[in-house]
Design a protein around this ligand. Structure first.
Ligand code: ASP
Length: 355
């Protein structure tokens, strides 16, 4: 064979290989990671110290730290914010929701992963569950240990989150959280430990599924209304009405309720004792607030169980709303969305039985 022929054969082989590689690339799902900060992006000076700076590592560095992640999907990263989630704001949540809706409207985006601190992850997950207008998977992920820790949990969590976001079987299940092999629903999950890696639990509804090194198995579909069935549209929302949470306890001071009203709260969620209760003086303060048009939602400081309407407190007479299964922090999110337009307490109660 002449040299020319050899060169042209080699060129043909190279072109074939590159065509095959790009076909394989096109077959993989396209996932966008939106990074917001948190411990998953945290760094400490040593591998064993408890203190660290959250939100110190960029999304590109996080992706680079996970072996094999690029075999799961074509991944693109965007930095939305870089905060510890104790500083998560409704501004950032709105930016996230709008960006996710924009991205998922594109036919070439198959799913979204949001990296987030764990402290307020359940609030952002629940907010997105009501504000995202797509069936495509949206998965929040974080970690309990910073990226520099011995046995950091972030890399495998991120790997499994991508595997769920890229999985057609995750479609239509609402916003999910993937941490430590567990796939949980935005409505039901809550943070239960300040430090343990297995911090998220869904006490009432259980797991949506599990992911074992990216091999996913689903048990449940979240039952509450979400995403494409949600009536809430944040496209033109720039700001939310003020809603405060007040924690009930033995011999609670009722003037906290009066102070919230005086400071302009449009709604108050009471993290009540037991079945969403509070002492007589606080019930009276809450009733006064309700008569002024402030919406009072009774939730509970107890980690599991639901708050029933008219069970221990006469909600009909006092003009209150019962939170049903929503814990105080998620009840606040739903109430903020509900208060975006005028609604009666009966209509707001209906929302708490639906979402
Ligand atoms: N404070 C951190 C945060 O929520 C904790 C974590 O991510 O686990 O951002």
């Amino acid at each position: 064979m002449t040299n020319r022929k050899i060169v042209s054969k080699l060129l043909a082989i190279a072109m074939l290989l590159s065509a095959l590689a790009s076909a394989a690339q096109q077959k993989k799902p396209n996932i966008v990671i939106l990074a917001t900060g948190g411990t998953i992006a945290g760094a400490a000076a040593t591998g064993t110290q408890a203190g660290y700076t959250s939100g110190a590592v960029t999304i590109d560095a996080m992706i680079a730290a996970v072996p094999g992640i690029k075999d799961l999907a074509n991944i693109q990263g965007e930095q939305i914010s870089n905060v510890g989630s104790q500083d998560m704001s409704f501004n950032i949540m709105l930016t996230l929701a709008k960006r996710i809706n924009g991205l998922l409207a594109k036919p070439n985006v198959d799913g979204i992963v949001v990296t987030h601190g764990t402290d307020t992850m359940e609030e952002t997950a629940f907010f997105l569950n009501l504000a995202v207008k797509s069936d495509k998977p949206v998965v929040l992920v974080g970690s309990m240990r910073p990226s520099t820790a011995v046995s950091a949990d972030g890399p495998l969590n991120l790997y499994e989150a991508i595997a769920v976001a890229a999985d057609p079987n995750a479609t239509g299940r609402g916003v999910l959280v993937v941490m430590n092999d567990w796939i949980e629903g935005a409505h039901s999950l809550t943070k239960t430990s300040t430090t343990a890696v297995q911090t998220f639990m869904s006490p009432l509804r259980g797991l949506v599924g599990v992911s074992a090194y990216g091999k996913n198995d689903y048990y449940n579909n979240p039952e509450w209304k979400h995403t494409t069935a949600s009536e809430f549209d944040v496209t033109n929302v720039a700001k939310f009405p003020r809603v405060d949470i007040i924690f009930a306890c033995a011999d609670m001071s009722p003037d906290l309720i009066d102070a919230a009203v005086a400071n302009g709260a449009a709604g108050i969620v009471i993290a009540g004792v037991g079945n969403g209760n509070m002492n007589k003086a606080s019930l009276e303060a809450a009733e006064r607030a309700a008569k002024k048009g402030v919406v009072i939602v009774r939730s509970s400081r107890v980690p599991t169980g639901s708050v029933g309407r008219n069970v221990e407190v006469n909600d009909d007479e006092m003009g209150f709303v019962a939170s049903d299964e929503l814990n105080p922090q998620k009840a606040r999110i739903l109430l903020m969305l509900a208060l975006l337009k005028p609604r009666t307490t009966t209509q707001i109660q209906e929302l708490f039985l639906t979402y």
